[in-house]
Design a protein around this ligand. Sequence first.
Ligand code: NAP
Length: 338
Amino acid sequence: MASKKAFITGITGQDGSYLTEFLLEKGYEVAGLIRRNVAGDLGNIKHLRDEIQLFYGDLQSPESVAQALYDFKPNEIYNLAAQSSPLASFKDKIGTMMITGVGAVQVFERAKDIVPEAKIYQASTSEMFGETKEVPQTEQTRMIAANPYAAAKLYAHQMASIARRDKKKPQFICCGILFNHESPRRGINFITRKVSVGVACIKNGKKDKIPLNEAGEPIVQNGKIKLGWLGFKRDWGYSKDYVEGMWLMLQADQADDYILSTNKTWTGEDLCREAFATVGIDNWQDYIETDDRFVPPVETGPLMGDYTKAKTKLGWEPKTSFPELIKMMVTSDLAKFS
Ligand code: NAP
């Protein structure tokens, strides 16, 4: 049997890199779309450069997506590219919609014309549940986006559903409604990573070359990490566990939507407590400063996902606990920022 071919948008991101490793191990030929500005530094996929094909492109350029699909002819497409930060989306509403919403639909449309048999995975998100009252959330829970990122994802999510139900030319598109998932490869502007980097820099007494936060300031200033309100609740899992779920969705006979989550919820305070505990610091509050600039104008949550459907139909389950995950991230950053 000829090897399967997977095309990944967002291949340089956290999930894209773990998914690439996972698919290569399964014997797939893997190609990805990369923006020209990252050509010099492939970041998370640097170590995979010789094993994959890369196509220059941008979700805002339908022509570049079409060309890559035409040249590579994948059987599976994983659309992971996005402006993926909810907080940043308040400052770039249009850009977020163009990439995260319209960009996804461009992928569906181009795939329909060029590789109509290809199975597509669309990266939907628990953020689409917004200010939900229902806990835990299931695939049936009402979605009311609470930030521009979630609104863009919701647009793509509903367009995927429409494409799937099209009586004339139905497409196989699965939407993974993934709850927060993290790893040592998580972007530095997301709170879990900001905390793991901050704890590592504090523990190592690092004074220079400290990575910058979203405001362009060092993550640790005067021995403290600046964060927004820590009472929010999230369901946090490990990215590497979740990419397997993405693949399982595309191996099913019918396209469908699935939640991937841990069915547990934790606060921002729990996150700080776990991260500082990894380096033996109990009085974590002394190292945190509240900064309103990192509080979203509209709060999402409480988020907690019921993954029963994925477990029953795909045999998927999360393997890594939240404390294990945070310990892994802090340990990795202690080595990186020594
Ligand atoms: P990530 O690390 O932020 O990666 C985003 C990827 O999208 C990067 O490779 C980025 O490329 C690429 N990208 C951004 N704008 C693009 C554009 N205009 N054209 C082409 N590529 C572009 O995200 P992630 O954490 O791996 O998440 C993967 C997907 O799952 C995203 O769609 C995200 O919204 C969604 N999701 C994530 C979570 C989570 O908790 N991680 C939860 C639910 C859903 P550059 O390297 O060039 O910036």
